[in-house]
Design a protein around this ligand. Structure first.
Ligand SMILES: [Zn+2]
Length: 137
């Protein structure tokens, strides 16, 4: 029996950055990853490059060509679609009104309810879903 293994959910992520804004070229500058306490976090894979950039940013602040905006926190969010365990045991992501299992070709709606095979659908229903002018699919 098919069933939802992971429900639809809205995911919110908080990200922290530290900014330096150019005074000479508004809209440009430096941006570094930061931790939740506002400390700049240097990525060890890019240590040399990021450290040089940070030194340059601080030198420009001292020279008056850059402004230290400081710590900025962003919240971004995205939808995580529900996942369904199909009768054939494959996983099906429920992202649209008609979702097909890649393994057994069963169809499910966005809520995970099993749909009749498309061969049993009325032709106009198939045209509505997959016909010309339908931007959903
Ligand atoms: Zn299946």
């Amino acid at each position: 029996m098919s069933h939802i293994i992971s429900p639809f959910r809205r995911v919110e992520v908080r990200e922290h950055e530290y900014h330096f804004d150019s005074i000479i070229h508004p809209g440009s500058g430096y941006c570094f990853d930061a931790d939740a306490e506002g400390n700049i976090v240097i990525d060890p894979h890019y240590h040399e490059c990021q450290t040089a950039s940070l030194d340059n940013a601080r030198a420009q602040v001292a020279a008056g060509t850059m402004r230290e905006r400081g710590y900025v926190t962003y919240t971004r969010s995205y939808n995580e679609n529900a996942l369904l365990r199909c009768d054939c045991r494959a996983t099906v992501e429920l992202w649209t009104h008609t979702n097909e299992c890649e393994r057994c070709h069963r169809l499910y709606n966005l809520s995970g309810q099993s749909l009749a095979p498309m061969s049993q659908w009325e032709p106009e229903d198939v045209a509505d879903l997959f016909g010309v002018g339908n931007d959903d699919y």
